[in-house]
Design a protein around this ligand. Sequence first.
Ligand code: GLN
Ligand code: ZN
Length: 761
Amino acid sequence: MASHIVGYPRMGPKRELKFALESFWDGKSSAEDLKKVAADLRASIWKQMADAGIKYIPSNTFSYYDQVLDATATLGAVPPRYGWTGGEIGFDTYFSMARGNAAVPAMEMTKWFDTNYHFIVPELGPEVKFTYASHKAVEEYKEAKALGVDTVPVLVGPVSYLLLSKPAKGVEKTFSLLSLLPKVLAIYKEVIADLKAAGATWIQFDEPTLVLDLEAHKLQAFTDAYAELAPALSGLNVLVETYFADIPAETYKTLTSLNGVTAYGFDLVRGTQTIDLIKSGFPSGKYLFAGVVDGRNIWANDLAGSLSTLQALEAIVGKDKLVVSTSCSLLHTAVDLVNETKLDDEIKSWLAFAAQKVVEVNALAHALAGNKNEAFFAANAAAQASRKTSPRVTNEAVQKAAAALKGSDHRRATNVSARLDAQQKKLNLPILPTTTIGSFPQTPELRRVRREFKAGKISEEEYVTSIKEEIRKVVELQEELDIDVLVHGEPERNDMVEYFGEQLSGFAFTVNGWVQSYGSRCVKPPIIYGDVSRPKPMTVFWSSAAQSMTKRPMKGMLTGPVTILNWSFVRNDQPRSETTYQIALAIKDEVEDLEKAGINVIQIDEAALREGLPLRKSEQAHYLDWAVHSFRITNVGVQDTTQIHTHMCYSNFNDIIHSIIDMDADVITIENSRSDEKLLSVFREGVKYGAGIGPGVYDIHSPRIPPTDEIADRINKMLAVLEKNILWVNPDCGLKTRKYTEVKPALTNMVSAAKLIRNEL
Ligand code: GLN
Ligand code: ZN
């Protein structure tokens, strides 16, 4: 019985690749140093999988930055502005595309499906000349072979590559990306020939776009592409790998009829309906790669459950055609539990990171073949049972309170325009009020104070004094700048989710549970393992202290339940909605405590609400429904005079604008400056918006200081589509990654612009 891994994290167990990359980019180490770190990581990963007994071990899943960018390099599809003149693509061109250089900005980056990984979006126009310009796939194959490991080379599938691309500037509206298919396939044929010559017997094409709702002509592209590749592929076993959701029924038919393909990989963790499709018919003689071990989470597999799923599948596809696999690349989970020194043994026994998942896959394959490792299965069963019954997981009171929410609606009693009137009487703000999103620059000094307090090197008293000093500085600066609604600057927070997770029950934290977000950037999501409750107030102390320093309104600053959920590893033993409702109740208590403490404006950030949107259209309405409901629960109990703000990042709101309105916040601040026209076009097209709204007037992601007239121009554009009495003036997002030398002049100009226009109104 065979085992397979779709892909493996690249960063290394202690983020070795991150540090090697950043040191190389800073000019502190050579290209050779970087290559050495990368080669060592690859070797250890291959060896680890081989030692574990995995039969189909992937290669070319390593990347210096991103696998889609690697495909772009393979195809020589370098946008002209990078000045590449041909030959094998080296670090210079590669990293310029990824990160920009002094002369040219980077290529666009966007989220990889519904994960927190970001890929570099290929830019293709009619002039693009494809040439085989990176031999990375075959080099990695040979490198593994030289180490004694025969691998399955992995390529981004040609159709997904095109479907994930965007048309180059100037041809956005007119150009059909799929028209490039024949040219792209010509290069794929060269790569395939190379791999064959090097001795490969299998090849894996990742075609995750197959889980989306594809129009007929896109599905047809798959049929055409694989028919075209079939002769080149003959003699090879060909796996088309899909992941992240169910396969639509129509797509399943197309996929299982593709020419030249001998194996299909499915995500059976998220794709529970795919199992029914397989049961209703699977092409005879083909391989099924059954993704039963979750690549998106950190939980130990329920081995007994998976084994029975696999046995049912075996009866359909035959013993020698079933391969045990992961649901997707392990890129989206943490690397190795071995390096977790702070988690207790009980919680650890419930978890499996990438290294442990490899072992699980192998154990399942052996069990299926009749070689069950009884001790391993028994330990797993015991851990599953302890997770089910542990008092740390279940909190009856929380379960009851959350259950009581279901089926009910939660809305503030008064409508938003009446609330805004009541709030205005209390707050007495000028027209076009100015505010910021929450955080102020996080200086090295500030990080040191937090670190030393955590490590017990400074006393609580010293810590509180330092943080209060920082808050005072931020408050004074905002008064000096004449901002209308102030923030305390979030100096006590390391991260907007971790800060709350650390104070809520039901959360655990890792030391090394990093997951790649983009390039060398990694995130370390908290683990939600149990029912969530709030033992005591979390922000009231700091917000009250900040309010006491000024007569102007001070915003209380909270992270919303949906964002806490979407930026954590979430328990898999109850629906996500239930976990979110529990978090919502905890945040509700905090909102009400802030109100009692005299905080009249409370911002509840839902930065990641859009991110959790399911890939399949059929599931989106349900998600938006409980997500928006959870948000409303947090503030349903406040008085009319308490102003609830929310903030959202990312620019693609147009398709969820009605859900945003349904959140019923009094004021929303929203990222806008990178997409400018897009958001405003919704309002131009007649969507009625009556609540307060602050589309960001400048981009905080760039060090550039926006001139006053440019900001004024933006505000005027907004005034053309939005009523003047609902418009707020604020930056795009929090300021924590900026420097004071940037923030001061930028905010000065922002306030000047607001005043300038106020005078004209
Ligand atoms: N209040 C947070 C901050 O200002 C919001 C950050 C975010 O939206 N990502 O940093
Ligand atoms: Zn933001």
